[in-house]
Write a protein that binds this ligand. Structure first.
Ligand SMILES: Nc1ncnc2c1ncn2[C@@H]1O[C@H](COP(=O)(O)OP(=O)(O)O)[C@@H](O)[C@H]1O
Ligand SMILES: [Mg+2]
Length: 360
């Protein structure tokens, strides 16, 4: 029995034992092993899943949050979208492949998204919540209090580390920190907290810091140019390559959704099955990016990454591809007619803390 089948069997057994714990839908989907924060597999929730085609599935949260997030993705990726601000935003979001539902429970909707960590050999991942406030303007008094009490410094610091995993070279393993670590950081320690994310046990990955800074600056420029949306309790997902190895020959790699994408990826890196599995379940919305379809009606697209080199081994060859910064988690995005000062405050503070790390 391979490790995937073992994981699924164990999960099913555990679920049966616990009774109330949500059954993970089969259809070849497994819990996403690179999830660092957010709702995890538990009561009434499957957490983030990985589909056999390499995309991830985020279960729609109960209304109004889930439908709001779905509406946001649908709006930004609408085929007939003519709003240039929204079109510009696409580059800062995971690609959106519509909604998905398991065959067994077709009413249970998931957002089908690009896995931002996919092209990395040893992804170091951090989820940072951005903004002065974690509650939206319609939140009840109780909700406001709850959110403020979770991290009273949000107003002052403008961001909160929700979770991270950092590859350690010597031990060939990951160090992880959860939300409680982030909440323990204050004004005097936040820089050290962030620094941990860039330390592989041997060196500070300064190149990753500066490349991530430039991607965050680009997101800040988008915010400076728009007044139509406000984001609350939304995150940036920061990823950089933790592997010291460089990998050649990934240029213009074509991939089909429904087929294993990555080459040269160590099996231990993630929970993706090595062999292609047929795509099951149903796409209940059409794929907004879908230019071509294969014989099964599934979308076929090219992986956009053009890897010259990835990895941190040879810094001269270390390109933009070795980092990724994407905005995620849009359950509290609202229309507006003014700049999103709270989010920009958080981005600027995050940027200056990262710049400070480079100066030290
Ligand atoms: N597109 C993505 N690619 C890779 N990982 C993702 C992606 N979206 C979410 N994740 C992972 O799942 C976690 C939870 O996602 P999020 O959208 O914040 O859900 P929640 O609403 O439960 O907070 C993130 O911290 C991240 O680790
Ligand atoms: Mg989240």
């Amino acid at each position: 029995m391979d490790s995937l089948s073992r994981t699924l069997e164990k999960l099913e057994k555990d679920n049966k034992k616990k009774g109330s714990v949500k059954q993970v839908p089969l259809d070849g989907c497994v819990p996403f092993s690179h999830q660092v924060a957010g709702h995890k597999c538990g009561i009434n929730n499957t957490g983030v899943l990985q589909h056999p085609d390499g995309t991830i599935l985020k279960q729609l949260q109960p209304p109004p949050r889930g439908p709001r997030e779905m509406h946001f993705y649908t709006q930004v990726y609408a085929k007939d979208c003519t709003d240039t601000r929204l079109m510009d935003l696409q580059q800062h979001l995971p690609k959106f492949y519509g909604t998905w539902a398991p065959r067994e429970t077709p009413n249970e909707l998931y957002l089908k998204l690009e896995d931002v960590t996919k092209r990395f050999l040893r992804p170091c991942i951090m989820d940072v919540k951005i903004g002065k406030r974690s509650y939206d303007p319609f939140a009840s008094q109780e909700k406001r209090k709850e959110q403020i009490s979770k991290y009273p410094l949000m107003e002052e610091i403008g961001f909160l580390l929700l979770g991270m995993r950092v590859y350690q070279i010597d031990s060939d393993s990951y160090i992880t920190h959860d939300q409680f670590y982030g909440r323990s950081l204050g004004k005097d320690t936040i820089k050290n907290g962030l620094t941990r994310f860039f330390h592989n046990g041997q060196d500070l990955q300064r190149h990753a810091v500066s490349l991530i800074i430039s991607k965050i600056r680009s997101i800040l420029r988008w915010f400076e140019s728009q007044t139509q949306l406000h984001f609350y309790a939304s995150s940036l997902l920061l990823v950089y390559e933790g592997s010291p190895r460089t990998v050649n020959g990934w240029k213009h790699k074509r991939a089909e959704i429904g087929r294993e994408h990555q080459q040269g990826e160590p099996q231990s890196n993630c929970n993706k099955p090595r062999e292609a599995l047929s795509v099951q379940g149903s796409l209940t919305h059409s794929h907004p990016y879908c230019h071509e379809r294969n014989a099964n009606g599934m979308c076929v697209g090219s992986v956009e990454v053009e890897h010259e080199e990835i990895g941190m081994g040879d810094k001269k060859q270390f390109g933009q591809e070795a980092v990724e910064v994407k905005m995620i988690d849009f359950a509290h995005v609202f229309p507006s007619n003014s700049p999103d000062e709270g989010y920009m405050f958080g981005l600027r503070n995050l940027l200056s803390t990262l710049e400070q790390i480079l100066k030290d």
